[in-house]
Ligand binder design. Structure first.
Ligand code: BES
Ligand code: MN
Ligand code: ZN
Length: 506
């Protein structure tokens, strides 16, 4: 990654400490119920509040320059009422965005009031988000100027764990952004495999990459059908992170859709905004990102990452509407629309996942435009085969401020997938399109608890700030770490511990 990495530090600090700290800019989060103490910075805040110059709305700013008694030249007071992670995120995001043009390399963000772990996390992530710049394919890159962030908190020792988690999250998010932002010719399946191999330089991570021959031998007919229209060779990436003391502990498997470019194939997409289909490997990018974070945090869990990656292109050899192929599961599929390719590459990966006897499998995919219509860019669509899993994912999303929303899986939604010519069709009608897609996937995820995250709306933002968001790396990491918190007991359990019933049945 060419982009300049951001360094983070956390320090115990009161307002007087903040005033004399050496930085290019000082940002202080201020609530209207601010209790003045001694010192120039406190006086400044009290005066600003008294004069009504700091509006009581998260993210409202008051900027000052060369204040006597304050070492940092630029001083920004930012409104932040409650110390909720949402407000901290808004406030720090607004402050860092405002400073983006200035020549600020070293920034001190002071969370004056006692703050919880969620606030620390929000501050670190928001600062990274707001200062991120993509540079890889620019001839004269202008990398991010903000490269050093110090977080001033009341008692650094209290927040150290959350801080480490936040920094690891940022590393993962930025890796995911990098790959999703890259154009299709700079993020081919082979290049994604290269990125995965690079992750395997960490001692806890292993990587295996399968090519067309091995994938054919496995019988991944659905995956192969999608790749057929492209000159670019497919790759099936297998990543393993082994952190559990008990090496045989059932892993969590993450499956990421890795369509490096989606033209739609023979069912070709319209030209406007087709360029954005370079982010159709955001699911894959999020899996790479999570592994990057795992390498940093080294939690006591086992995780497998599976990435089926190829291009979806129209060609003389491309799969045609109406073609019937046989998936690795043995089920035959009528490909009625070659643009519903994500589910085709995912279904074979879901079958492949069975060999790991997983605790749970979560697939992550920019799967449907219908999900963008349903939930927009705020929450990812979440489908889960069990209520417990749905709760785990929703909770992880809440605490990481990377939200998702549970969607239904009623069997009636699968009606449209019925066909006379195969076991299943790859599309139903347009109504409830995100659910139909999930119902299709569910047919291939019968051997383990399974969830599906449709990130078509959340992995990318359009408009002026066009680009990848790195979501849902924070959600996934939080979800995995919650397992690590539960895992130690399981690790210490005697070896005679019986395997879950589902495994014996399988
Ligand atoms: N990659 C797209 C889904 C997508 C759309 C992601 C918009 C991000 C933004 C997917 O492969 C696709 O083309 N889905 C089709 C399915 C349809 C043919 C049933 C869609 O959503 O239109
Ligand atoms: Mn498509
Ligand atoms: Zn796609």
């Amino acid at each position: 990654m060419k982009n300049a990495i951001m360094n983070f530090e956390i320090q115990s600090m009161d307002l007087s400490g903040a005033a004399t700290h050496k930085a290019d800019a000082l940002v202080v989060l201020v609530s209207q119920s601010f209790k003045p103490v001694k010192g120039v910075l406190s006086d400044l805040i009290a005066a600003a509040l008294k004069a009504g110059d700091l509006e009581a709305k998260a993210g409202k700013l008051l900027a000052m320059y060369d204040v006597a008694g304050i070492t940092s030249r630029r001083v920004l007071l930012v409104s932040c009422e409650a110390g909720t992670s949402r407000q901290v995120r808004q406030a720090v995001g607004a402050a860092v965005a405002a400073l983006k043009t200035a020549n600020v390399r070293r920034l001190l963000v002071c969370l004056a009031a006692p703050c919880d772990d969620a606030a620390v996390r929000a501050a670190v992530c928001a600062a990274a988000d707001a200062s991120y710049v993509y540079t890889t394919t620019k001839s004269k890159p202008e990398p991010r100027t903000l490269t050093h962030l110090t977080l001033g908190v009341a008692d650094a020792a209290q927040n150290r764990g959350a801080f480490a988690k936040a920094v690891a999250t940022v590393r993962g998010v930025e890796l995911a952004k990098e790959w999703a932002n890259r154009p299709g010719n700079h993020a081919t399946p082979t290049m994604l495999a290269g990125a995965a191999k690079e992750l395997a330089r960490s001692p806890q991570i292993q990587c295996e990459v399968l090519g067309p021959k091995q994938v054919a031998k496995l019988g991944m007919g659905a995956f192969i059908a999608v790749a057929k229209g492209s000159e670019e060779e497919l790759r099936f990436i297998v990543l393993r992170y082994n952190g559990a003391a008990n090496k045989t502990q059932a892993p969590t498997v993450l499956v990421g859709k890795g369509i490096s470019f989606d033209t739609g194939g023979i069912s070709i997409k319209p030209a406007p905004e087709m360029d954005e289909m370079k982010y159709d490997m955001s699911g894959a990018a999020s899996v790479l990102g999570v592994f990057r974070s795992l390498a940093e945090l080294k939690p006591a869990i086992n995780v497998v990452g599976l990435i089926p990656s190829c291009e979806n292109m129209p060609d003389g050899r491309a799969v045609k509407p109406g073609d019937v192929v046989t998936s690795m599961s043995g089920q035959t599929i009528e490909i009625l629309n070659t643009d519903a390719e994500g589910r085709l590459v995912l279904c074979d990966a879901l079958t492949y996942a069975e060999r790991f006897n997983p605790r749970v499998v979560v697939d992550i995919a920019t799967l449907t435009g219908a999900c963008v219509i349903a939930l927009g860019g705020v929450r990812s669509g979440m489908f889960a085969s069990t209520d417990a899993l749905a709760t785990e994912l929703a909770t992880a999303g809440e605490s990481a401020q990377d939200l998702c929303w549970r969607m239904p899986l009623d069997d009636e939604y699968a009606e449209g997938l019925k066909t006379h010519f195969a076991d299943v069709a790859n599309v139903g009608g347009r109504p409830g399109g995100a659910v139909t897609a999930a119902k299709y996937l569910q047919r291939f995820a019968t051997k383990y608890p399974w969830a599906h995250l449709d990130i078509a709306g959340t992995a990318w933002k359009g408009g002026a700030a066009k680009g990848a968001t790195g979501r849902p790396v924070p959600l996934l990491l939080e979800f995995l770490l919650a397992q690590a918190d539960k895992a130690p007991q399981a690790d210490k359990a005697p070896a005679k511990r019986t395997a879950p019933a589902r495994r014996r049945k399988a």
